[in-house]
Design a protein around this ligand. Structure first.
Ligand code: CAA
Length: 393
């Protein structure tokens, strides 16, 4: 029975995860390395709780929820935690040290979860003496709003631990999607990477401007943010990091495009630094960017590489089509699933875009075997009655 949840790291994700846990009625202990970080986290949690309370999304007073939370620079407050979620920066040695410390200090029954979006869970697990109790629990920014949690077992994680973690995600009001096996970047970031890469390629190849790409994303696909805008929101350093991790794992062909790396080199990291592809009112302050109302960018072309990646995920039995759509709806606030969109836009249209870009020398766009098969069988989406989904007339 989980009563107390520990959160290590009080940054963008950590403070939000701690807040969600406290809202759900758990006692919560938050550890970070300095009181500056902890005090800032407390302020952000209180601000967020007040917003939710004013909207009546919360019935309990913010102060009462805060009373269930304790903050410290010492791991001592983790001694009676039943479940710990780590959300420290994505540095492998740092994560290993955190897990080693947690392994030493927490009771034997405690499950140790990581919110990492890019580091293999099995490597983190190996730094503990309880690898079967280590699991990935990947939240989305901002955690109080985004409903998705990816549940990522490593090769060591026990089924019991997977089930407890799924159950906990539900108790925290989240929608869990379990990956059958761990894959670099999980489902969410592999698809996000493919959206960024195609957006990047279109701009670098002179097919469109940043604003035109984002206009199509927001106005035609009806996404809450443009692709460049979302990358700014996530942090361009984080985006480049996950790009490198997925590509260097050898499980995905790269798309050579330097726009993102150039921004990071110029220390323009997006919303967190006040400037990225767009300029924001202040560092850390997001404001919806202004975009042209119409754009020549074809929505089917923009999602083509992401659809190809989805086919790869399905073919490798990591998740099914429905689960991919749940990831995009609850993790990125898409108005409908990516594969529902693909079926509506036409898989033949998407396939032709892939072949066209592949013919320009971009190997990543080689249509996936599953997609090839679907096209051959005439399963080209809604108009043919069959695509990733079946449509009854
Ligand atoms: N706490 C409480 N409420 C919050 C909040 C928070 N932290 N952040 C935003 N809100 C509320 C706002 O108060 C606002 O409420 P009202 O509608 O009642 O006024 C509502 O959420 C919408 O916020 P805004 O009006 O400020 O702005 P918006 O309409 O543009 O929405 C957004 C902001 C919800 C973030 C929306 O743009 C969105 O869904 N964007 C996509 C975000 C996304 O894809 N996240 C995933 C990133 S990937 C990731 O995290 C994983 C990884 O590993 C990289």
């Amino acid at each position: 029975m989980i009563k107390k949840i520990g959160v290590v790291g009080a940054g963008t994700m950590g403070h939000g995860i701690a807040e969600v846990a406290a809202i759900s009625g758990f006692r919560v202990s938050v550890v970070d390395i300095s009181w500056d970080f902890l005090n800032r986290a407390k302020e952000r949690i209180l601000d967020s709780l007040k917003k939710l309370y004013e909207k009546k999304s919360l019935l309990e007073k913010p102060e009462e929820i805060l009373n269930r939370m304790e903050f410290s620079t010492s791991y001592e407050i983790m001694r009676d935690a039943d479940f710990v979620i780590e959300a420290v920066p994505e540095l492998i040695e740092l994560k290993k040290n955190v897990f080693k410390t947690l392994d030493e200090i927490t009771p034997r029954h405690t499950i140790l979860a990581s919110n990492t979006s890019s580091i293999p869970i099995s490597i983190i697990a190996e730094s503990t003496k309880r690898p079967e109790k280590v699991i990935g629990m990947h939240f989305f920014n901002p955690p109080p709003i985004m409903k998705l949690v990816e549940i990522v077992p490593s090769k060591y994680t026990s089924e019991e631990v997977v089930n407890i973690t799924i159950d906990l995600a539900k108790k925290m009001g989240k929608v869990p999607v379990r990956l059958k096996v761990e894959v670099p970047g999980f489902v969410s970031n592999r698809i996000f990477l493919r959206l960024m890469q195609e957006a990047c390629r279109e701009v670098e190849d002179g097919e469109a401007t940043i604003e035109e790409v984002d206009s199509t994303a927001r106005n035609k696909l009806k996404l809450p943010m443009g692709i460049f805008e979302l990358s700014d929101y996530v942090g361009l350093d984080v985006a480049v990091d996950l790009w490198k991790v997925i590509i260097s794992s050898g499980t995905a062909e790269d798309v050579k495009c330097s726009l993102f790396q150039k921004k990071v080199d110029a220390k323009e990291l997006g919303v967190k630094s006040g400037k990225g592809f767009y300029t924001y009112p202040a560092a850390g302050k997001y404001k919806k960017v202004e975009l042209p109302a119409s754009s020549k960018v074809d929505p089917a072309r923009l999602i083509s590489l992401a659809v190809n990646e989805s086919a790869w995920l399905i073919q490798n039995k990591i998740v099914n089509a429905k689960e991919i759509d749940i990831v995009m709806i609850y993790g990125f606030n898409f108005p409908k699933g990516l594969l529902e969109m693909a079926d509506e836009l036409g898989l033949d249209v998407i396939y032709n875009h892939l072949k066209d870009i592949y013919s320009k020398g971009y190997k990543a766009y080689k249509p996936n075997d599953l997609l090839e098969e679907m096209i051959k069988e005439g399963k080209i989406g809604k108009k043919s009655g069959k695509g990733f989904y079946d449509y009854k007339s």
